[in-house]
Design a protein around this ligand. Structure first.
Ligand code: GDD
Ligand code: MG
Length: 349
């Protein structure tokens, strides 16, 4: 089976991390996000992946090439200007002649694609949309279904609803950004024009009476496209909350990937993943979940907890980093505090 991954968006909600790197290439446990997605897809027998790109397109090809290192056959399809989610797939039409998968390039999931495909075939659907429950649907696309799971309506990014106490939003099943489509749907997308699945194609297929079904799943699912979710994904993976993820067991057993220079009087506790050539000085305290890329240098008495550090980062004596994301080449001075939810772009001092 073939899969199209949408990797077009600039990842504006992850800025400043995504000024130099496309969202789909941000590191997750020190490997590009897409690499995890490739392993997942391969596990379900996908061997051809088409990458629909428009922002920094060369960065992905330079890294993955034709796909040998990940055991896939990769094809790159480029848009001169963003064509939208459906327009991007239309742009790859010549490669698509049987049922195929479409993936938003920012969802990390363990949804069972085999079961979803079986459901799609059983329902004789022209489109099947994976659905996942979320607490607050206002950032997502909500669907309404009948008892047979046939979709009746789409509501993209509904306004935030609150209950009578003025408190919590209403939990809903939302579009998980994963579709199985029949090639015939492509004829409903105009070529070389900005066109969205969520706003245009799916509603128009419903108007034409096409059978579109929703496949709800309780499997792990997250859209990592905001700093908060990006951190949460790391915490979930490191703390073993993602069942079915291959590194789950090893990581939850504790610290791994040594290779650095760790002072005997440094304290390291919990799930900590260190890249190569990291240095942790005397009296420094690293409390997992924490990830550091290559060449990070942590000075005496610095305290790091719940943080994700990319590569080449220097942390000064007595600095405190907690639940933050630190881009490449950042230098953090003595006693500086970088706290909850803060994001430092590459080369910040
Ligand atoms: N090639 C290409 N061209 N890709 C695009 C384009 C484009 O013009 N526009 C967006 N994409 C890619 C993004 O890079 C991302 O991987 C995916 O399409 C979805 O775009 P987002 O910008 O992340 O959308 P969202 O998260 O606000 O909403 C979408 O995902 C939700 C689930 O995470 C919608 O599909 C919602 O309905 C859904 O609930
Ligand atoms: Mg998204």
């Amino acid at each position: 089976m073939k899969a199209v991954i949408l990797v077009g968006g600039e990842g504006t909600r992850l800025r400043p991390l995504t000024y130099n790197i496309v969202k789909a290439m941000v590191p997750i446990l020190n490997r590009p996000f897409l690499e995890h997605m490739f392993h997942y897809l391969k596990g379900y027998g996908v061997d051809d992946v088409i990458l629909a790109l428009c922002y920094l397109p060369d960065s992905i090809r330079d890294y993955f090439g034709e796909g040998d290192r990940v055991g896939l056959n990769l094809t790159y399809v480029r848009e001169e200007s963003p064509l939208g989610t459906a327009g991007a797939v239309k742009n790859a039409e010549k490669y698509l002649d049987e049922s195929f998968l479409v993936f938003n390039g920012d969802v990390f999931t363990t949804i069972d694609l085999g079961a979803m495909l079986q459901f799609h075939r059983q329902k004789k659907a022209t489109a099947t949309i994976a659905l996942t429950p979320v607490e607050d649907p206002s950032l997502y696309g909500v669907v309404e279904m009948d008892n047979n799971r046939r979709i009746l309506r789409f509501i993209e990014k509904p306004p935030q609803e609150t209950d009578k106490m003025g408190g919590k939003a209403k939990p809903s099943l939302i579009n998980a950004g994963i579709y199985i489509l029949e090639p015939e749907v492509l004829s409903g997308i105009p070529p070389q024009r900005h066109f969205m699945f969520e706003h245009h194609l799916f509603p128009s297929l419903l108007d034409n009476g096409s059978p579109i079904y929703g496949y709800p799943s309780d499997a792990y699912w997250i859209d990592m496209g905001t700093p908060q979710k990006y951190l949460r994904l790391h915490h979930d993976l490191l703390c073993g909350r993602v069942s079915g993820f291959d590194a789950e067991k090893k990581v939850s057993e504790g610290v791994r990937s040594w290779g650095g220079d760790i002072h005997p009087d440094a304290h390291i506790e919990g799930a900590v993943l260190l890249g190569e050539r990291c240095r942790i000085s005397q009296g420094a305290y690293v409390r997992g979940p924490v990830v550091m890329g290559n060449d990070c240098c942590i000075s005496e008495e610095a305290f790091i907890e719940g943080a994700v550090l990319w590569g080449g980062i220097t942390v000064g004596k007595g600095a405190v980093l907690r639940n933050c994301i630190v881009g490449k080449g950042v230098s953090i001075g003595e006693n500086c505090h970088v706290l909850d939810g803060e994001v430092l772009g590459d080369n910040t001092v």
